[in-house]
Design a protein around this ligand. Sequence first.
Ligand code: CA
Length: 235
Amino acid sequence: MSKVYQTTHVGKVRKNNEDALIFIEPETFAVADGMGGQAAGEVASQMLIDITKNFLSAVPEPWSEDILKKAILKSNAAILREARNNPNYRGMGTTATILHIYNRRAYYAHVGDSRLYRLKNKILEQMTQDHSYVENLVRRGEITAEAARVHPMKNILTQAVGAVENVSVDTASFSVEIGDIFLLCTDGLTNMVEDKKIAEILLTSENPAEKLVQAALDNGGLDNISVIVIEVDSL
Ligand code: CA
C-alpha cells in the first residue's frame, strides 16, 4: 500500500478547471488536462476519466500497459465521436497519463504534456515524454529544456486524446521499490515550478500535493494545477 495525496486547483487566472483526475483504490491513478472552448475541455477530460474507470473495472488486474492503452484508445474514439456530433465540442481533446502499480511493478500509458515523474534515491526523473512542439525542439537540440518551459508555443501539443483517429500512445512498465515516490501532474504545475523545486517538496513536505499546488500559485498560477503524489511505503 502507498500513501496517496491528490489535489486539483483552478489556479489564479482561469475561470474553469479543465483538469480531471482519478484514484482507483488501491493503486491506479490518472490525470487528464482538457482543451477546447466553451467548457469542452472539461467534457473531454471527464470523458477520459469516466471511460477509463468503466473500462478498467471490467478487466481483471494487473492492468498492463496494453490494457491502459486500450482505455485511452476507447476514450479517444468516444471523444472524437462526441466532438463530431456536437458543434460546441468541436476541437476538444485531452491529455491522459495513467499509472497502475501492481505486484512490485508499475505500468503506464501516456498522451500529451501531463507528466509522470519518479523520485528514487533522491533523484527526480521524468518518466514520460511530452507530446509537444517545444519538446521536439529540445530533442533536436534546437532549444534547451529551460527555454522550453517558458517558450511562447509551449501549449501546442503534437498528440492529444480525441484529436485524431490514430492517436499514438506511449507505454512502458518498470519495477517498483519501497521508498519510490511517484508524481502525476498537469502542465499547470510544471510550467510554474522547476523540477529542482518539485524534488525538494517531494523529499521534505508532509503534504506534498498541497505544497506543490501552493508553489505553482506562488509563481503565478496561470493554469489549472493537478497533482497526485504516491509514496510507496510497502509492497
Ligand atoms: Ca493545462
